[in-house]
Design a protein around this ligand. Structure first.
Ligand code: ADP
Ligand code: MG
Length: 370
């Protein structure tokens, strides 16, 4: 019997390392967090959509013709975009009632948007019996963000939401879209990963993001490459000499050194030495601050204070211009670090940060009622 309703959950993620490398077809190492978005999709009469979020006041009602790219649907675009992409790919979609409820902090660099689109996509495909595999779902949910919402993101978040497994980070090669599970056991080493949501947002983040992305494409073209992924540490110095201007050199140096840091981090985790990755995390932050220039004072202060209170490493995570910092630290230092960050933020007149300890959780899953 065809189903009339399905419920799926998809997690947010922390990117352990590998920032702004995804659209350069490089490497990244995210892991899923406990917090997730749950979507319930129910078939109703007609061909329209009724979209509700427990985190929003408005109910969004859309006729079939309203569901097209460029329609300014705000948050509901991440949901309606799924239906648009499914129809574009040839499926008939009946009327749907879609209800979402998320525990992922929104706009905090923890990928609430991919959690939303992936949970909806899985529930829609299940209730309609589309038979899409995880690769097709990856392409579909990326297209929601890139082609429907219009956010030029690079695919890392959807990979993490769909493919992560508990206890592991996901080593991603964004060129081949191959992934490998890498054990991430911090508690066994008496360590903790503390997330510090700075609650800072940058009004022009999407323009700045696009500028970096365009800059990287320009640098690659000037070097005769398809993407900066083709450049490694051995070729970096001579490539930098061939690039005009400080900006393209800084972007290129960040991307190439960041890819290298991901590879080194994976080596250390494979060797069972999570306690040794701290300097790589901190170097990643310095590169994002000094070369890529996407940090804000809240992110830099959180990193500095975490390191001062004994963190082995700390870095911003996510797209930047606000959002969250992660700190790797001995588990017993967590309360002191939380206190010190809260005090420093108060002293700087920043918003009160939100902090929580996280560990590698599972990827998208069906939620069985009852
Ligand atoms: P991030 O993915 O890091 O949280 P983004 O700016 O990519 O930040 O995505 C945040 C956007 O995703 C929100 O502005 C909103 O449009 C949408 N969103 C995420 N979760 C929800 C939710 N639970 N309800 C409604 N909209 C949501
Ligand atoms: Mg997002």
């Amino acid at each position: 019997m065809p189903r009339t309703s399905a419920t799926w959950a998809a997690p947010g993620r922390v990117n352990l390392i590998g920032e702004h490398t995804d659209y350069n077809l490089g490497f990244a190492l995210p892991f899923a967090i406990e917090q997730s978005c749950t979507a319930t999709v129910t078939v109703v009469d007609g061909t329209g959509l009724v979209i509700r979020s427990a985190q929003r006041e408005d109910t969004v009602t859309l006729a079939e013709d309203d569901v097209r790219p460029g329609a300014d649907l705000d948050w509901a675009g991440y949901v309606a975009g799924v239906v648009w992409a499914v129809r574009r790919d040839g499926a008939r979609v009946p009327g749907l009632d879609i209800h979402v409820d998320s525990t992922v902090p929104v706009g905090a660099g923890l990928s609430s948007s991919a959690a939303l689109a992936c949970s909806v996509a899985l529930a829609v495909q299940d209730v309609l019996g589309l038979g899409l595999d995880r690769d097709a779902l990856l392409a579909l949910t990326r297209s929601v963000e890139n082609d429907f919402v219009g956010a030029p993101t690079g695919g890392l978040d959807q990979l993490a939401a769909l493919r992560c497994v508990p206890g592991h980070a996901l080593f991603c090669d964004l060129r081949s879209l191959q992934t490998r599970q890498v054990e991430l056991d911090v508690t066994g080493h008496r360590l903790a990963i503390l997330v510090i949501d700075t609650r800072a947002h940058h009004a022009h983040a999407s323009g700045e993001y696009r500028e970096r992305r365009d800059g990287c494409e320009r640098a690659a073209a000037l070097l005769g490459l398809t993407s900066l992924r083709e450049l490694d540490m051995a070729g970096l110095a001579s490539a930098l000499e061939r690039l005009p201007g400080d900006e393209l050199r800084r972007y290129t140096r960040h991307v190439v050194t960041e890819n290298e840091r991901v590879l080194r981090t994976v080596e250390l985790l494979d060797a069972g030495e999570p306690e040794s990755i701290g300097p790589l995390l901190t170097a990643s932050h310095a590169s994002l601050r000094d070369d890529y220039r996407i940090t804000v004072p809240e992110l830099d202060v959180a990193v500095e204070v975490a390191l001062r209170t004994g963190a082995l490493g700390a870095r911003m995570t996510g797209g930047g211009f606000g959002g969250s910092v992660i700190a790797l630290l001995p588990a017993e230092l967590v309360p002191a670090c939380e206190r010190a960050v809260a005090e420093a933020f108060a002293a700087h007149g920043f918003l009160e940060p939100r902090t929580f300890v996280t560990a590698a959780a599972g990827g998208a899953r069906e939620v069985v009622p009852g």
